[in-house]
Design a protein. Sequence first.
Length: 116
Amino acid sequence: VQLVESGGGLVQPGESLRLSCASSGFTFSAYVMRWYRQAPGKERELVASISSTGGTTNYANSVKGRFTISRDNGKNTVYLQMNSLKPEDTAVYYCLGASGSKGPYWGQGTQVTVSS
């Protein structure tokens, strides 16, 4: 099983980034996918989740209206479009796949830094 995040980087406040998480080794289309983040000195928090079909999404209040989670089951990839980034969005972002008793499977994380 592999989940590989990409797309992180250093941006200024107000800018955008799109994170990707390419997955392999499990039946991606059967899994709920989630994005978490962990800032220095803070606990890991759930940012967004998407159902296996993509029909249902949920967001943390802190990112609602700014972030959009999506998935492409044909490419085994989940995305996180992040707009209007703020310094408080600075964190390592992780993707996770879970399905009932299987998983969860974590990626290695990608750093997002928002700073002027």
